[in-house]
Design a protein around this ligand. Structure first.
Ligand code: LCS
Length: 397
């Protein structure tokens, strides 16, 4: 399709990345091959030297992987994308490509737990220092910047507190310091937030979440705003080797086609659930970007075109009541991960964010009583009835 980038998001989601199929295939075929045959020795040498264009080896390039990468690049509005074996592989590859011993990272304090651990362990061993800040406080980000700050890493809304950071302001501060603004856009996805429009340099995703959307793939992706950033990251990924495989790429590409439908339905459901929780006598507080009570509601309205599917809340009965709810839901499943068609509930302090340690969790307002809900696309009254029933079990405590 001509000018795919100028089409509406829903149209791009269906058609992006499928332009070049042999035999007129409507869906990109799965090139489930590790290697590609050369015509002769000269052809192989030409491909390696770059004087001829073509495929060599699937860790380097694969047509099925590229089709999915192109689709995500179009949806994010970036120049190019690189599929990775997981969201963590994408994050690590960005760090490995851009950081040297002696460099410094400023990172949102409320991010996926293993991102904190990666910076505090592996990257620290390689001589990279990190400062974790409440990135909803733009002044705190400015204050944390140092001469050697090379990356400002933002997750907004943050996992699991849903704290929202001002992407335009933070990108501006990052540029003043000649650093890169890297945004983990996993929670909103490109249907509802496109960080490049606010000045971000690199976007990363866990494809495991809404972009695939069906809880059957682990994958990640790096999207770059400018073409010139691509070759170096690609070379780094090729050396580290954390690539995605063709079959998982195919599944993600299939999931992308319904991305807009899925996330809008999940977001509608999530708003209804957040409103239900906010008025429930057992609930101490609820954080959801679509509630005017969210502390950064206005920033969210400026940079997001929806509210997303993630809710965090705490019960008046604290963690014991939270455990009762998590143990008594039936439709919502007690499992980590998020952004799928099915509703999932989990306890960050003992699960996704356990590895951060209590002190760093407390600094990031990840309380022991916080319960996280990823809302799916099931029928809304049935999800609410499930949660209502589980909340009813707390009264017996
Ligand atoms: N970024 C965010 C915001 C995430 O939530 C996750 C995983 C990752 C990166 C890493 O992606 P992965 O390597 O798992 O593909 N988040 C999870 C969560 O909250 N529950 O289980 C996994």
């Amino acid at each position: 399709m001509k000018d795919i980038r100028k089409k509406a998001f829903e149209t791009k989601a269906v058609h992006a990345g499928i332009e070049k199929n042999e035999h007129g295939a409507v869906v990109p075929p799965i090139y489930q091959t590790s290697t590609f045959k050369f015509r002769d020795v000269q052809h192989g040498a030409n491909l390696f030297s770059g004087t001829e264009e073509g495929y060599i080896y699937t860790r380097m390039r694969n047509p099925t992987v590229e089709a999915m990468e192109n689709a995500v690049a179009v949806l994010e509005g970036g120049a190019h994308a690189l599929g990775c074996g997981s969201g963590m592989a994408a994050i690590h590859t960005v760090f490995a490509a851009h950081l040297n011993a002696g460099d410094h990272v400023v990172c949102s304090e409320s991010v996926y737990g293993p991102t904190v651990t990666l910076l505090n362990t592996v990257m620290k061993r390689f001589g990279v220092e990190s400062t974790f800040v409440d990135s909803s406080d733009t002044e705190a980000v400015r204050h944390a910047m140092r001469e050697n700050t090379k990356i400002v890493y933002i997750e907004t809304p943050g996992n699991p507190t849903l704290v929202i950071s001002d992407l335009a302001e933070i990108s501006r501060i990052t540029k003043e310091h000649d650093a890169l603004c890297v945004v983990d856009n996993t929670f909103m996805g490109p249907a509802m937030q496109r960080p490049f429009e606010f000045g971000a340099d690199i976007v990363v995703h866990s494809l495991t979440k809404s972009l695939n959307g069906h809880a059957d793939v682990v994958g990640g992706i790096i999207v770059v705003r400018e073409e010139e950033m691509y070759p170096h990251i690609r070379k780094t990924l090729n050396q580290i080797g954390g690539v995605i495989d063709p079959f998982n790429s195919f599944l993600v590409h299939r999931g992308l086609k319904t991305l807009a439908l899925r996330v809008h339905r999940a977001s509608e459901n999530a708003l209804a659930i957040a409103q239900f929780l906010e008025h429930h006598p057992q609930v101490a507080w609820v954080r959801y970007p679509g509630l005017p009570s969210h502390p950064q509601y206005e920033i969210g309205r400026r940079q997001m075109t929806g509210h997303g599917s993630m809710i965090s809340f705490e019960l008046r009965g604290g963690i014991e009541a939270g455990k009762t709810v998590m143990n008594n839901v039936h439709l919502c499943q007690l499992a980590v991960s998020l952004g799928g068609v099915e509703s999932l509930i989990q306890h960050p302090a003992s699960m996704t964010h356990a590895g951060m340690g209590k002190q760093q969790r407390e600094q990031a307002a990840i309380t022991d009583g916080l319960v996280r809900l990823s809302v799916g696309i099931e029928q809304i009254d049935e999800i609410i009835a499930d949660i209502d029933h589980a909340l009813g079990m707390c009264q017996a405590l």
